[in-house]
Design a protein around this ligand. Structure first.
Ligand code: FE
Length: 214
């Protein structure tokens, strides 16, 4: 089986959020699609290991904020590479509450969903949500997963449905170019030296959290 063909499927980059007892929770998802138009329903795939999964199961409600190409990539770092169990991810992000659900302001817009069904797979729950509210902020380009990988040089968290184990870090023949990799998100910096004031553009880690790769 050639899994690579699946890379031709299109995805966006979204923040899926929910709330329980005033605790705002959320994670990054790329596998979301609209499945019907009347009523408007969507399918959202969330890994069993994501704290957000259990809370959506309990509350039966979630929101989706659609990230744009120029959304602050630290949102992806905070929501995609940390757990809501140990972190208040909303501490440093601009958000508002709609129908008691937190939604991210630095995005194209949002929709709020009530869970009407779900499908369990071996690793993920696919929540089927009826959209009960929605609004947009801008006409900016939504971020696609391809843009995240190619332009921002972002990587997939292990819990992403599309995650593929990295077999090796590619090297080129130019011996003068060195590479350093972020321990948290896998972002690779290339250059002669890693600047001391360098901050990971994806997850915000300082240069001390990078290691040199061959
Ligand atoms: Fe990083």
């Amino acid at each position: 089986m050639d899994r690579k063909v699946l890379r031709n499927l299109s995805y966006g980059v979204y923040v899926v959020t929910t709330i329980k007892d005033d605790n705002k929770i959320g994670c990054i998802a790329n596998s979301i699609m609209q499945v019907t138009s009347d009523p408007v329903t969507v399918a959202v795939s969330i890994n069993h290991d994501n704290y957000t999964n259990g809370i959506i199961n309990e509350t039966g409600k979630f929101a989706v904020s659609i990230l744009k190409e120029n959304s602050d990539s630290k949102i992806i770092g905070d929501f995609g590479f940390k757990s809501s169990k140990d972190n208040d991810k909303f501490k440093t992000v601009d958000y508002k509450e709609v129908d008691c659900m937190p939604v991210i302001m630095d995005s194209c817009g949002y929709f709020i969903c009530k869970v009407i069904d779900k499908v369990e797979t071996t690793t993920h729950t696919v929540f089927i949500g009826k959209v009960i509210n929605a609004d947009g902020y801008t006409n900016d380009n939504p971020m696609t997963y391809k843009y995240y990988h190619e332009k921002l040089k972002g990587t997939s968290p292990k819990n992403a449905p599309t995650y593929e184990e990295e077999k090796e870090v590619k090297t080129d023949n130019n011996k003068n170019t060195k590479k350093w990799k972020c321990k948290v998100c896998g972002y690779v910096y290339e250059g002669d030296e890693l600047p001391k004031d360098f901050v990971c553009p994806i997850c915000g880690q300082p240069h001390t959290e990078f290691y040199e790769v061959d």
